[in-house]
Design a binder for this molecule. Structure first.
Ligand code: 3PG
Ligand code: MG
Length: 396
């Protein structure tokens, strides 16, 4: 990969596409700064070399141009603290002020541009808009793995204006390295843990994993679509009735390919979607009328843990239950602990995709696994085997 390690940025002005699409609370305080912290080494490398940095990102999905709620000004202070240097802010990502502020940057200085998505041209991949952004700098760095699946002006189109000066940042490099390790060079046994509520969200990645994994562990709401497809009673559990044939197809393909699919053998069921509902742990596959499965049971937790501990490669995407509610967090917590234990035994463990990352953080296991991805949709598309526009634009 052509990473920033290959260049000395002394005297250069680099524009870096970052993914600062972070969650903010109602007071505009950042509730999870993982994505910002991840980019600090990239920024610091360029500053340390004697270069200057222009940062560009989107925040949220603004529909009607500039909107205070989606302004990147809300993250300036936090970013300044993390970088231990005052970050300048341009309240428009293109135009005169962005141009002047960029041109006046001195070595070691950082400028953050306002939200790219305040212009419709960003998501449309408009070439003129990309050219405007490109005119601000003489090197382009893409470190926005979380947005690499978007063919937007700042993530892909802009690269053509830097034919000999386009690089991957350290976040991109680490993400691609760990995802490639899992998908293309997995040490065996390779155990993939798939959770979350819908089979439809995960079907392409499951199909790709059927070619690679030794075991696919299934949990979360999507397990009930499998149960229903197998003819079991699932009560009021979540189910995609139009995906029953897809579930059957996965089971058949797995059998043909010798991939073990593990489904829950016991479940935590409740009579309401509520932490304080009546709750039972039931063995077997029959969930009666009026009950819904909201987590895997203890026996399943133990079986899944045992399988994960045998692995040399582990991929975890998606929770095992409604882990946001204490009554239904046991399964997800057990998986987080099992991933940490497997890592300790020498396995390579990759955790990715919004909810499982939230879970690994909740149980304070993030630094006990091999890699926690900053990508949600981007990681899933990478795992599906798709070419990500943000990666292709630098490589081409
Ligand atoms: C994300 O949070 O998934 C990325 O920042 C991409 O955002 P998007 O889904 O709005 O394109
Ligand atoms: Mg998204």
């Amino acid at each position: 990969m052509n990473t920033i390690s290959n260049l000395n940025f002394s005297g250069k002005r680099a524009i870096i596409r970052v993914d600062f699409n972070v969650p903010l609370n109602s007071d505009f305080n950042i509730t999870d700064d993982t994505r910002i912290r991840a980019t600090i080494p990239t920024i610091n490398k360029i500053l340390k070399d004697g270069g200057s940095v222009i940062l560009m990102s989107h925040l949220g999905r603004p529909k009607d141009g500039p909107t205070d709620k989606y302004s990147l000004k809300h993250i300036v202070n936090h970013l300044s603290n993390l970088l231990k240097t005052e970050v300048k802010f341009a309240d428009d990502c293109i135009g005169e002020s962005a141009k002047t502020m960029s041109a006046n940057l001195k070595a070691g200085e950082v400028l953050l541009l306002e939200n790219l998505r305040f212009y419709k041209e960003e998501e449309k991949g408009d070439v003129d808009f990309a050219k405007e952004l490109a005119s601000l700098a003489n090197v382009y760095v893409n470190d926005a793995f979380g947005t690499a699946h978007r063919a937007h002006a700042s993530t892909a189109v802009i690269a053509q204006f830097f034919p000999h000066a386009k690089y991957f940042g350290f976040v991109m490099a680490a993400e691609v390295e760990s995802a490639t390790k899992v998908m293309n060079h997995a040490a065996k046994p390779f155990v993939a843990i798939m959770g979350g509520s819908k089979v439809s969200d995960k079907i392409l990645i499951i199909e790709n994993l059927l070619e690679r994994a030794d075991t696919i562990i299934i949990g979360g709401g999507m397990a009930y679509t499998f149960f229903k497809a197998m003819g079991y009673e699932i009560g009021n559990s979540i189910c995609e009735l139009d995906k029953l044939d897809v579930a059957i197809d996965v089971l058949k393909k797995a059998e043909a390919k010798g991939v073990t699919i593990m489904l829950p053998t016991d479940n935590i069921v409740a009579d309401e979607f509520n932490n304080d509902a009546n709750i039972l742990e039931i063995k077997g596959d029959h969930i009666g009328d009026g009950w819904m499965g909201l987590d895997i049971g203890t026996e399943t937790q133990n079986d899944y843990t045992e399988e994960i501990l045998k692995a040399k490669t582990v991929l975890w995407n998606g929770p095992m239950g409604v882990f946001e509610m204490e009554s239904f967090e046991g399964g997800t917590k057990a998986i987080a602990l099992a991933c940490a234990a497997a890592t300790k035994k020498g396995a390579f463990t990759l955790i990715g995709g919004g909810d499982s990352v939230a879970a690994i953080n909740k149980y304070k296991m993030a630094d006990k696994v091999s890699y926690v991805s900053t990508g949600g949709g981007a990681l899933l598309e990478f795992m599906e085997g798709k070419v990500l526009p943000g990666i292709a634009a630098i490589e081409s």
